[in-house]
Write a new protein. Structure first.
Length: 160
């Protein structure tokens, strides 16, 4: 049945389906790795994005993660309770706060990053260096076009 659907699909639909399937498979692989460290994909993304000293504003994290600020606030509350992040004052705006990694958060980030990197090397290990560079180039081109066609609309940001 899947072969019949693929024959009927336009190249654009096939591209979309392949990228979607790859995303789902990559996400499943990530969840398997992160489960070992009792982390979600979103929590790991925060660990990777945050600077341990200066931190980042919640609004900036929200923009980077393409999700609503309320979603990021709940995520940070959970991570703060686990002593992975802490809220610090913003030196540029006394009314604002930044979120920074705690020493425990830095240690966990480094440990998880290594495990995640090893997993990615395995998952992309069947590609030659030239194929990897071509894939990166093509995906960057697709991402750039998506940014142009979608923009930074509220609808995109509030989709989570």
């Amino acid at each position: 049945m899947l072969d019949n659907i693929n024959k009927l699909c336009t190249p654009a639909h096939r591209h979309y389906r392949l990228i979607h399937d790859i995303y789902v498979l990559l996400d499943a692989g990530d969840r398997n790795i992160l489960r070992q460290f009792d982390l979600t994909s979103s929590q790991y993304r925060v660990l990777v994005l945050l600077d341990p000293i200066q931190g980042e504003r919640l609004m900036t994290l929200s923009d980077w993660m393409l999700c609503a600020r309320s979603t990021v606030t709940r995520l940070i509350d959970q991570m703060e309770a686990a002593n992975l992040v802490c809220r610090v004052g913003d030196p540029e705006d006394r009314r604002a706060q930044r979120v920074a990694l705690t020493p425990q958060g830095v240690a966990l980030r480094d440990k998880v990053y290594e495990a995640h990197e090893n997993s990615l090397l395995t998952r992309f290990g069947n590609l030659t260096k030239a194929e990897q560079e071509l894939l990166i180039s093509l995906l960057e081109k697709v991402r750039s076009n998506l940014h142009l066609t979608l923009g930074e609309s509220e609808e995109v940001l509030d989709s989570e």
